[in-house]
Design a protein around this ligand. Structure first.
Ligand code: SF4
Length: 296
């Protein structure tokens, strides 16, 4: 019975405006009611349908009777850094899996680094998540749920967000884009598209697909070496695309969108920080719109 009830319930957190319009219409309400629900969930951070006090009592009752609810992620751990204003969060998902998010605060900026998958299949050798393997994709509700959890716990508005936590966002493309659109929506988190970034280990099909999207979302590519054999050692799955193929996709992306790509390069002593590595990096970047974020 418990299981039956669970199957009939439907989490509104993560719904797009158009999905909420369909739900409102199915329940015999005007579509504009959807915008009210959307604002309640993402702007006012309502934690229940009952809190949506400008909806009629009858509509709220219909939503609850239909199994709709406002889901929230449980914070298992919140850790404040001793040296800066970084807060790390460990969230529990409804199925018991856990994911991490990080809030970085600097002056007026509050940037959320959120996860797009539980675990990761890419197996990068320097990454603990990559070593523990892939569990499952997150849905958009679980991505925006991380933002809601952080905002509720700090009472702080987010100014930026980056899909750079656990997981490879381009391997979970549709749900990641759906979440980014909620982050971006004026009635959602209202974060400008240029302040929303997706970070990939370099999945070429996804980069090409992202270039076709109308939004101005930022793109970061984890490079970590501009020498094919070394990159294959550090990022064995990502290196399925060699550097020439990756560079071609990046160049096409910048030509199509006019947007600059950030190349992430973590310096690993003795591995990718020698003169030959630097020369290869300079060569890789030459002649196209990118900048390099060297991470010591
Ligand atoms: S793609 Fe990102 S999360 Fe996945 S293994 Fe590589 S560094 Fe870790």
């Amino acid at each position: 019975m418990q299981q039956q009830l669970r199957q009939q319930s439907f989490n509104l957190t993560g719904c797009s405006l158009s999905e909420l319009q369909i739900i409102a219409e199915q329940l015999g309400e005007k579509p504009y009611r959807a915008r009210q629900i959307f604002r309640w969930i993402y702007q006012k951070k309502a934690s229940s349908i009952d809190a949506m006090t400008d909806l009629s009592l009858a509509f709220r009752q219909k939503l609850s009777a239909g199994g709709y609810y406002v889901g929230a992620l449980k914070i298992l751990q919140e850790q404040l850094s001793a040296i800066d204003a970084t807060r790390k969060y460990l969230f529990e998902l409804a199925d018991g899996n856990t994911i991490e998010s990080v809030l970085l605060t600097e002056d007026a900026r509050a940037t959320l680094c959120f996860s797009t998958q539980a675990g990761c299949a890419m197996g990068c050798t320097f990454c603990a998540t990559g070593q523990s393997g892939f569990v499952r994709n997150l849905n958009a509700g679980e991505m925006v749920g991380q933002a809601l959890g952080v905002m509720r716990s700090t009472d702080q508005r987010l100014t930026n967000a980056v899909a750079m936590g656990q997981g490879e966002p381009l391997a979970n493309y549709d749900e990641t884009l759906k979440a980014l659109r909620i982050f971006n929506a004026p009635d959602g988190f209202a974060i400008g598209a240029r302040h929303l970034t997706l970070s990939t280990c370099g999945l070429v099909e996804g980069i090409r697909r992202l270039a076709e999207e109308p939004e101005q979302f930022g793109l970061a590519v984890s490079l970590h070496s501009a020498i094919d054999v070394k990159r294959a050692q550090l990022m064995p799955k990502a290196a399925k695309y060699n550097l020439a193929v990756l560079q071609a996709a990046c160049k096409d992306y910048t030509n199509k969108t006019g947007r600059r790509i950030t190349l992430e390069y973590t310096l690993i002593a003795g591995e990718n920080d020698q003169e030959a590595d630097l020369r290869a990096l300079i060569q890789f970047c030459r002649g196209w719109l990118c900048h390099v974020n060297l991470i010591p």
